[in-house]
Design a binder for this molecule. Structure first.
Ligand code: KIV
Length: 307
């Protein structure tokens, strides 16, 4: 039985909604989200697409690369984001080696992220090399977002640098993007690609390009939420812009809280509750040993002196 949304609840966006934004020439904003409260807040802000990126490995779980992220971790975070986002299309990353080994395993893992995780689409990395996998998954009815240019799961092959700057490499990025489109993807992430090349690819495709470090000529942009919010004191990629400084805001709040606990200023009357004084007197009228006996007796445990 299909469930129609209540009048108060906005319908969840689908890849058709994204195609509509694209055909209307609207630039599409996408952000990563990894947890319930952030998804809820970004949804309230009207962000149409949330990506449960495998970047969660680095920014949420403290791994050094995305290669360490597992299906179990992706499922756990996808479920939380889906619960938080009432309207946004939730796209989730297929982690390293969960696809591209055999078509059967790729399909099974993509299916699990949709049916158990609740995602509305999956994303996977790779151009020509992933085209067959994308085709298999799309044919099964699962919407796929591609990802070419810098593909972080290939960090051990590519390093972390701008892709497509030579004639050969640039042609390869174009061929990759076309292969992903041909395979049936509904959109494609272009990561760390020179802006002129990204704009040329965007012109040649009839699906939206979502850029990260790929200039303003893409159909939309995606950013890692912790970069956007300034949550890391250590590193901000060149392509990111801080729209808030949460690291210093959270740090100041934690310092103020600690100072209040140490000084006895927290909790105050507003954060505490009181009870009836007469009841308290009655409770306290009993000696500590009498109270202990009552507790032991209520559990039916014999006291030492009865043994
Ligand atoms: O995992 C991620 O956050 C991503 C974005 C960088 C596009 O794939």
């Amino acid at each position: 039985m299909s469930q129609s949304p209540s009048p108060m609840q906005a319908a969840r966006l689908t890849i058709a909604s994204i195609a509509r934004l694209y055909s209307q020439g609207e630039r599409i904003a996408m952000l990563t989200a990894y947890d319930y409260p952030t998804a809820r807040t970004l949804d309230d802000a009207g962000i149409p697409m949330l990506l449960v990126g495998d970047s969660l490995g680095q920014v949420m779980l403290g791994y050094d690369t995305t290669v360490r992220v597992t299906m179990t971790e992706m499922l756990h975070h996808t479920k939380a984001v889906v619960r938080g986002a009432r309207r946004a299309l939730v796209v989730t990353d297929m982690p390293f080696l969960s696809y591209g080994v055999t078509p059967e395993a790729s399909l099974e893992n993509a299916g699990q992220l949709m049916s158990e995780g609740g995602a509305g689409a999956i994303k996977l990395e790779g151009g020509e090399r992933s085209a067959r996998t994308i085709e298999t998954i799309v044919r099964a009815g699962i919407p796929v977002m591609g990802h070419v240019g810098l593909t972080p799961q290939s960090i051990h092959q590519l390093g972390h640098r701008v892709q497509g700057k030579t004639v050969e490499a640039g042609r390869q990025v174009i061929a990759d993007a076309l292969a992903v489109q041909q395979a049936g993807a509904f959109a494609i992430v272009l990561e760390l690609v020179p802006e002129q090349l990204a704009a040329a690819i965007t012109e040649r495709l009839h699906i939206p390009t979502i850029g990260i470090g790929a200039g303003a000529g893409c159909s939309g942009q995606v950013q890692v939420i912790t970069d956007l919010l300034g949550m890391s004191a250590e590193f901000t990629p060149k392509h990111a812009r801080h729209y808030a400084e949460l690291h210093s805001i959270i740090k100041s709040a934690a310092e103020a809280y600690e100072a209040d606990v140490i000084s006895g200023n927290f909790p105050g009357p507003a954060e505490s509750s009181r009870m009836d004084e007469a009841t308290l007197s009655e409770i306290l009228a009993q000696t500590p040993s009498a109270r202990l006996e009552m507790v032991e007796a209520s559990r039916g445990i014999p006291l030492d002196r009865d043994l």
